[in-house]
Design a protein around this ligand. Structure first.
Ligand SMILES: Cc1ncc(COP(=O)(O)O)c(C=O)c1O
Length: 419
């Protein structure tokens, strides 16, 4: 497997580069050798003499013009510049270029949330009703979008276990869109996206990957053949639990459709959130390394703690995803893990009330360690039977391991779970 930074392909973000006036992100000659760590710091920038090193915040809703032909050329995307904030904005454009660069795609579209990114991406890849073959462990919001918005509009859904490659092969037949999450929620299984992408390509099915849990630092789905990749930038990309945003990346053609729909539905990302997301993204590489190291350390420690029946982390030897996760994500799998606690909800409540540093919160991907309780958070819309089929019980706890010192996180769990 390639080390971080050894990229199979880096497509030029043609349209965005045109918008930026063709200026290079890094000095000529430097770009091809650049590792992901350096890219994360510099991607999307357009530095020239006297540029601010950190981007200015540009909240303007509209830009003024003196020449009709000039306005027309900018509106057609033939000249760099912005004219109306819903269509484009310099902070949003910089974030889009940066994430597109990190994922190795042609273009990015930044949206008001991860859900908006999913929605515009799905409709860009499948504008007319088709059968969507999707991972059965989908994030609850995505499941609700399919069931409550897309199915009534004529789409059909086929939810399968994406770690079962025979089910994947069967499911792809007749499908018009495939949707997979790099690491499943909450049990942290890793579908073989490389094989899934090959099957999808064979059958001519566009594959959309939700890469929120891994981030482009740990895994880049486009490099193994996915059609498009999306993120809830609310999570690791933003990284500081202080914004809601989404980004989708793919070919210029697909992103042009996604952008147009995002502009029409008004789900584009605001300037301040784009500015914050980009500020967060600059430290993504170091954060993901710390999240990954801490999560495996906490997972190992939890295995020996009282009341812990089972720990779910893709790198643990007992995980069904052990081999696939090591092959696809050799640098680490990020900060997510889950565990099953004997004693159900009461035991979980007891643990929560004894934490001194770890907090209960229904999101993930921030610098602070948080736990969530899928039964009433991400999986609350499912029946107990549906949750049981997914392996989510009343003692299942999801952990988003932060970047504090691993010893302190382990000590807090040890204290909270002690008899
Ligand atoms: C894997 C995944 N995808 C998408 C989303 C939706 O993102 P947002 O809340 O930014 O709309 C979430 C949110 O928790 C998520 O965990």
């Amino acid at each position: 497997m390639r080390p971080i930074g050894a990229r199979r392909q880096v497509q030029p973000a043609a349209r965005d580069r045109a918008r930026a006036g063709g200026r290079r992100v890094l000095r000529p000659g430097f770009e091809p050798a650049v590792k992901q760590a350096s890219r994360t710091v510099h991607a999307g920038r357009e530095l020239v003499a006297r540029s601010p090193l950190a981007p200015d915040l540009s909240p303007a809703a509209v830009h003024v013009y003196t020449d009709l032909e000039d306005y027309d050329a900018v509106a057609r995307g033939e000249r760099p510049g912005h004219y109306y904030g819903r269509n484009s904005n310099s902070n949003r454009a910089m974030l889009e270029r940066a994430v597109a660069d990190l994922e190795g795609g042609e273009e990015g579209v930044a949206t008001a949330s991860g859900m908006a990114a999913l929605y515009v991406a799905m409709l860009a890849l499948a504008p007319k009703p088709v059968t969507i073959v999707a991972t059965r462990e989908l994030y609850g919001g995505t499941l609700a979008l399919i069931r409550q918005d897309l199915e009534p509009a004529g789409y059909e859904a086929n939810f399968i276990d994406m770690t079962d490659l025979d089910a994947v092969r069967r499911g792809m037949d007749g499908a018009g869109l495939a949707l997979v999450e790099t690491i499943t929620n909450p049990l942290c299984r890793v579908p073989d996206v490389e094989v899934i992408a090959a099957v999808a390509r064979d059958r001519g099915v566009p594959l959309l990957v939700d890469n929120t849990f891994a981030s482009p630092i740990l895994f880049r789905p486009l490099e193994v053949g996915a059609t498009a990749v999306m993120h809830s930038a609310t999570k690791y990309i933003g990284g500081h639990s202080d914004l809601i945003a989404g980004v989708v990346v793919g070919t210029a053609e697909a992103m042009s459709a996604a952008r147009a729909r995002s502009v029409r539905t008004g789900s584009t990302l605001g300037p301040f959130e784009a500015w914050l997301a980009l500020r967060g993204l600059r430290t993504l590489e170091v954060r993901m390394r710390r999240h990954s190291d801490n999560a495996i350390a906490v997972a190992r420690a939890l295995q020996g703690m009282p009341g812990v029946a089972r720990v779910h982390h893709p790198w643990l030897p007992g995980s069904v995803s052990h081999d696939v996760a090591h092959r696809l994500m050799p640098e680490g799998t990020g900060g997510m893990l889950a565990f099953d606690l004997d004693g159900g909800r009461d035991a979980v409540q007891r643990m929560l009330s004894r934490f001194q540093m770890v907090r209960f919160a229904a999101s993930l991907g921030g610098i602070e360690t948080t736990v969530s309780y899928p039964e009433i958070t991400s999986h609350r819309a499912l029946s107990p039977q549906e949750r049981a089929e997914l392996g989510v019980g009343s003692g299942t706890v999801r952990v988003s391991v932060g970047i504090e010192a691993a010893e302190d996180i382990v000590a807090d769990f040890a204290h909270a779970l002690s008899e």
